[in-house]
Design a protein around this ligand. Structure first.
Ligand code: AMP
Ligand code: GLY
Length: 430
């Protein structure tokens, strides 16, 4: 079979790399892909959120499975569009993807299904939003309703700061995405990312991962898309994972079916492990980036049967068979370090040359996934994005994986790049 991956980040490179290892797969194609994905298979110059061109490409190339990486095309309805043409798609419908694309939708569904999350209110008027602050305590969590590239959440330490932010958001700080505002209670705890591959009713739980959202060591500085990840994350022990299944994933999936919006694809549950138990920080309609990179690198078995079953049905009741094809019991501890361009998540320059990626990739246990890279006219690898490379390593244990990943980082010669030096610190400090 031939598989088309939609997207161009480190997450999509990791998916392409893993899928290409399956005995079921002949070729892996990417749209638009990146220089790393180009080594796996042909890349087509079609943007991930250009639905018309994606449809044209799919009709021309006739892939047996389409795997959608990022959230934007899902929120625009790419899965519905391609399913209507008879293609098998890994990814949720536009309606179901609202669990990510609308915080208000997501919070309403959690409330309806009794899923634990922070207490919240929804607002379009500043007066009502301000009045709601009276019922809450600092710090205040303010969220733009729509997709804001991971920047739509502000944690205000004081009432003044919260009021200023309410004005800014409802005043159009994030355009349409902040026309509606969600204000919620602050949850204290440690975060983890849980990924559930589902066809709507059946569910496979991948090993829990942990991301590092802040740009600086010690979790300081502004939020980013994620500066590194590792799996398995010990904060999510078996008992906590069992609670995530029974208190969060199962009621969500059941409720989505009952309400006529079944969820197909991977459900990303951002969990806060609090003193009272697991609570949902957010849902995403796709794999995490960079969590996907550690999951793909650490998986011993074949992921394609599970992706295909998610797209076509047949998971429910057969979970054990898929768990065994994935070889989840032999998952290898894995860490990834994101190398980013100086200035990220603020503004940064494009075009700096990167050397040593092959040297790093040839090291035992190391795989380098590409994100914001390109080749210049001479074929030199250059940085064109904020997050640029994901240096990923497996190890006998997490400590070993982290050390090897940093050896990979140190083999890369890119003066204009930087990374966090403390990926995995929460696991290590346990
Ligand atoms: P989100 O985009 O909803 O995942 O929010 C981004 C980040 O803000 C999360 O990863 C958390 O670190 C933090 N955050 C969001 N909501 C809350 C909350 N209710 N309590 C504490 N931290 C939160
Ligand atoms: N790593 C966080 C995300 O993908 O949203």
């Amino acid at each position: 079979m031939n598989v088309l991956i939609i997207g161009s980040g480190g997450r999509e490179h990791a998916l392409a790399w893993k899928i290409a290892q399956s005995a079921l797969v002949d070729e892996v194609w990417s749209a638009p892909g990146n220089p790393g994905m180009d080594v796996v298979g042909p890349c087509f110059d079609v943007k991930a959120d250009d639905l018309e061109s994606i449809q044209k490409l799919v009709l021309q190339t006739n892939p047996d499975l389409i795997v959608v990486g990022p959230e934007q095309p899902l929120a625009l309805g790419v899965a519905d569009m391609l399913r209507a043409r008879g293609f098998d798609v890994f990814g949720p419908s536009k309606e179901a993807a609202q669990l990510e694309s609308s915080k208000a939708f997501s919070k309403e569904r959690m409330a309806k299904y009794g899923v634990p999350t922070a207490r919240f209110g929804r607002f379009t008027e500043t007066e009502a939003a301000r009045a709601f602050l009276d019922e809450m305590q600092a710090p205040y969590v303010l969220k733009a309703d729509g997709l804001a590239a991971g920047k739509g959440v502000v944690i205000a330490e004081s009432r003044d700061e919260a009021e200023t932010e309410i004005e800014a958001m409802l005043g159009g700080k994030f355009g349409d995405a902040s026309a509606e505002l969600v204000i919620e209670e602050f949850m204290d705890g440690e975060e983890a990312s849980v990924f559930v591959i589902t066809d709507g009713t059946g569910a496979i739980y991948l090993p829990p991962a942990q991301d590092h959202k802040r740009v600086g060591d010690g979790d300081t500085g502004p939020n980013t898309g994620g500066m590194g990840a590792y799996a398995p994350a010990p904060v999510m022990d078996d008992a906590m994972m069992a609670r995530v299944k029974s208190e969060i994933a199962e009621p969500m999936l059941k409720g989505m079916v009952k309400d006529g919006t079944p969820y197909q694809g991977v459900l990303y549950i951002g969990v806060m492990v609090t003193a009272e138990g697991p609570k949902v920080v957010e849902f995403n309609a796709r794999f995490g980036d960079p969590e996907c990179q550690v999951l793909m690198a650490g998986l011993a078995g074949d992921i394609v049967p599970a992706l295909l079953a998610s797209a076509t049905g047949g998971l429910a009741g057969n979970e054990a068979a898929f768990v065994s094809m994935l070889e989840l019991d032999d998952f290898c501890p894995t860490a990834t370090v994101v190398m980013a361009t100086d200035g990220y998540p603020g503004s940064y320059a494009k075009g700096s040359a990167i050397k040593g990626v092959e040297v790093a990739g040839d090291m035992e246990g190391v795989t380098v996934f590409h994100a914001g890279t390109d080749k210049d006219s001479e074929g030199t690898l250059i940085a064109i994005g904020g997050r640029v490379l994901n240096v990923t390593a497996t190890g006998e244990d997490l400590q070993g994986a982290i050390e090897t990943a940093y050896q990979g980082v140190d083999a890369i010669d890119w003066p204009e790049g930087f990374c966090r030096r403390d990926i995995g610190w929460r696991a290590k400090s346990r």
